[in-house]
Unconditional design. Structure first.
Length: 416
């Protein structure tokens, strides 16, 4: 949806935390919506002016004015109606709802909101009914919305239940066109890591030489999030991972990630690959790094040399960044550090300088082949290439919220 294709319907955003506020910023930048309704679910500070300050300042990305215009001009925010909490933010109407925290009680119907972006991280189970005592994603539909997009992966608590037919996991640029407006009403935009990982994997699966992936593993060196403790704390009852209560400011913390499992939902062809994933939390405020290890069955050229090389992989990424994944994948030949990528509007930035490969051979002796029913008197050598790839992603605005915003505009445009 371009500026010339602006939606006349208001966009709903539930939550004004890290993803909620940056989602608001994203749509103030793209100007895809004339009106944005933000639900905080409670009073913020002592007055509407305090909400204005929350909206216009950010410790990571600077002021809203600088985000939108650099130093060329100031973003104007004015209070249009203090009683109704209506703001004019750079020419776009932003209304703040402060009465309801439970999705089913939010005034989406009254405000004419058909599409809601759920950013609180509290409502992620699509199997829960609208009237669940703790609230649910379906509550937004009960409250008048027609579609709800969660800014995190689904989390189904009852493991005996499967994903409902009206729900789908989508990643912009990967499987977003699978959206069926007549069927899908609850959507997840996966996670920041799944988004970056999917865009690293896609070009490899799309190319004949690299499509035969035997095994894969990834580690994300991940910036801190608000789910971590600023200082050491006491774990809640029943908690098994004590590290999550250790100070994010002072530690490198081993953690987990569901990105490999989520990847199977958006790229079913990856199911045949044995994929492992983990996370290492570090004390930075944004920009994370995927370290992707892959093992390929590699063809050999006429000279007996492996086809999969450092140069081939980098060329695949360079072409993807200029072609089918343009603006979502960036191939970089620079030697980057994390702060260079703050705000970078791409799902992933490939650090081509650090692409590495090494090819070896798996020896299958005659006895092994015969046990497999292969009649031969010779030993067989299978060429295998191991590759290590690095991909940066701004896990807050640049990668995730930017893709979330594009997905939002696509879904709204294609609603029935």
């Amino acid at each position: 949806m371009s500026a010339g294709d602006k939606s006349s319907q208001p966009l709903g955003i539930n939550g004004l935390g890290r993803i909620g506020k940056l989602t608001l910023w994203n749509h103030l930048l793209t100007r895809d919506f004339d009106t944005i309704i933000v639900n905080t679910g409670r009073e913020v500070g002592k007055s509407l002016d305090d909400i204005v300050q929350v909206i216009e300042t950010d410790s990571t990305y600077g002021s809203l004015s600088r985000f939108l215009y650099g130093h060329s001009r100031k973003c104007e925010i004015s209070v249009v109606d203090a009683d109704q909490a209506i703001l004019d933010v750079d020419g776009i109407t932003v209304k703040i709802l402060r009465e309801a925290r439970n999705p089913k009680d939010i005034a989406w119907r009254k405000e004419g909101v058909r599409f809601v972006v759920e950013t609180t991280g509290q409502f992620l189970d699509p199997t829960l009914p609208a009237d669940h005592k703790s609230g649910s994603l379906r509550g937004h539909l009960e409250a008048g919305a027609e579609k709800v997009l969660a800014s995190a992966p689904f989390k189904i608590k009852d493991k005996t239940k499967s994903l409902p037919d009206d729900s789908i996991l989508l990643v912009q640029g990967i499987n977003h066109t699978d959206f069926d407006p007549s069927r899908h009403h609850i959507i997840s935009a996966a996670s920041c890591t799944t988004t970056g990982l999917a865009h690293m994997i896609k070009p490899l699966l799309d190319n004949k030489e690299t499509s035969n992936i035997l095994t894969a593993s990834m580690s994300t060196i991940h910036a801190a999030t608000n789910t971590q403790s600023v200082l050491d704390g006491v774990p809640k009852t029943g908690v098994s991972d004590l590290r999550k209560n250790r100070s994010v400011m002072n530690n490198i913390i081993l953690s987990t990630t569901g990105s490999a499992k989520a990847l199977e939902k958006v790229m079913p062809e990856i199911k045949r690959v044995g994929f492992m994933a983990d996370s290492v939390r570090i004390p930075t405020n944004t920009v994370s790094l995927i370290i992707l290890n892959l093992t390929f069955h590699t063809p050999l050229d006429e000279a007996g040399e492996p086809v999969i090389t450092h140069d081939l992989l980098n060329e695949i990424y360079r072409k993807a960044g200029e072609g089918s994944q343009k603006d979502l994948l960036v191939y970089s030949k620079r030697q980057n550090v994390s702060s260079d990528l703050i705000g970078m509007p791409a799902a992933v930035v490939i650090e081509g300088h650090e692409t590495h490969t090494r090819t070896g051979f798996i020896n299958l002796p005659q006895e092994t082949l015969q046990s497999l029913g292969v009649s031969t008197d010779a030993e067989v050598q299978i060429p295998v290439t191991h590759a290590k790839l690095f991909g940066w992603y701004d896990n807050e605005y640049g990668s995730y919220v930017n893709c979330l915003g594009q997905l939002t505009s696509y879904l709204v445009k294609n609603m029935s």
